[in-house]
Ligand binder design. Structure first.
Ligand code: OSB
Ligand code: MG
Length: 373
């Protein structure tokens, strides 16, 4: 297979409500979409999950755009590719970081390969599930009562796991109130996005009382050693998100004992080859994984759904249906969740399994660049 052209487009999609995490707030997503064209005329779309600001990681839509144009596309365009699994190494050689930018192209090649072969993306990845269990990620709220209302509503809609964002000052009291309202068996977890340090280990230990499924990324992303210290003090499993940027970091986590669960976001780790390697390593060590989200449009969501169909994705993913985020998505059909909190893996159509609404994307497009002829 050969990729002849990649067209980058930036669209702006306002979220139904602002999404606040400990390190910043997003109201409108600026999303970079890629349209990949193969030498035999096939087209597939992919999405770069980098955010607007460098708060989740150092990457942003603007750094990713630059990296794709200057260094990533030139390595991939017009090159004969035997298999999508080659692309990861091609992009890693003497090229540090920029996993989200690399991942957008790498995943696009997997999507395009599946489309060209006439098979669903999940099949190409080795997926085994027909349905994905869905969890919701709730942003930081003003007070515990408002949060508890949203948690209750989410369980009512069928979500199988509710993740609450926390930060210093909006943690123990918030979780305690929610636990009291929803009862002891509800599947709850928290995500701190790096907001705590060693000085707050005592406070984090108080969370053990609430029997959370896990605490996601309490400490700095480059701090596997202190995560290991913290895990020894807690009964609640730690789950790492920002820290796991490659299969080597997952190996470090396992050897050091820095966590017991991994959130895999394919964009964060440089794409699918790396995601599958992390998935397989974790399976070997009895570490469950689940698929995280980055407030993707329906295009990025298709890639998450396909990945989450692999066998060791044992916990509900942050893969909410389209209408949790958007008035209207850019794909049809939109992603929908059943009353039982499941999303169907599209197994009847080739490639990413949804049709991209190109007319709407043109209307929403504020920037466009063609790479290749
Ligand atoms: O830490 O998982 C995170 C969104 C933006 C940045 C970081 C995170 C998140 C989410 C949203 O939790 C998950 C979703 O897409 O629904
Ligand atoms: Mg997270």
């Amino acid at each position: 297979m050969r990729i002849d052209r990649i067209t980058l487009r930036e669209i702006r999609l306002p979220l139904k409500e602002p999404f606040r995490i400990s390190s910043g707030v997003t109201s409108t997503r600026r999303i970079c979409l890629l349209e990949l064209l193969s030498s035999d005329g096939a087209v597939e779309w992919s999405e770069c999950v980098a955010g607007e600001e460098p708060n989740y990681s150092y990457e942003t839509i603007d750094t990713a755009w630059l990296a794709i144009r200057e260094w990533i596309a030139p390595r991939v365009l017009r090159r004969e590719l035997e298999d999508p699994s080659e692309v990861y190494a091609l992009l890693e050689r003497d090229f540090r970081g920029h996993g989200m930018a690399k991942g957008a192209v790498e995943m696009g090649v997997w999507g395009l390969a599946a489309r060209t072969m006439g098979i669903p993306l999940s099949q190409l990845l080795g997926g085994v599930r027909k349905e994905i269990e869905v969890g919701i990620s709730l942003g930081i709220q003003q007070d515990p009562e408002i949060l508890a209302e949203k948690v209750k509503k989410s369980f009512g809609e069928g979500y199988r796991k509710v993740k609450m964002k926390i930060e210093p000052g909006k943690d123990v009291a918030f979780v305690r109130h929610v636990r009291n309202v929803v009862g002891s068996t509800a599947h709850l977890m928290v995500d701190a996005n790096n907001a705590y340090s060693e000085a707050e280990f005592g406070l984090l230990r108080q969370l053990d009382e609430f029997e959370l499924m896990m605490i996601e990324q309490p400490l700095a992303s480059d701090d596997l050693v202190r995560h290991a210290k913290l895990q020894k003090l807690l009964t609640t499993p730690l789950c790492l998100d920002e820290s796991i940027t490659s299969v080597e970091r997952a190996q470090d986590m396992i050897e050091l004992g820095s966590g017991r669960i991994v959130n895999i976001k394919p964009g964060r780790v440089g794409g699918f080859a790396s995601s599958i390697a992390i998935h397989n390593l974790c399976a070997l060590h009895g570490i469950p994984v689940w698929c995280g989200g980055m407030l993707e449009s329906g295009i990025g969501r298709a890639y998450n759904v396909a990945l989450a169909s692999l066998s060791n994705f044992k916990l509900p993913g942050d893969i909410s249906p389209s209408d949790r985020y958007w008035e209207r998505d850019v794909v049809s059909p939109e992603w929908v969740m059943s009353k039982e909190g499941r999303i169907a893996v599209p197994l009847a159509s080739p490639g990413i399994g949804v049709t991209v609404d190109t007319e709407r994307i043109e209307k929403l497009c504020v920037r466009r660049e063609v790479l290749g002829p």
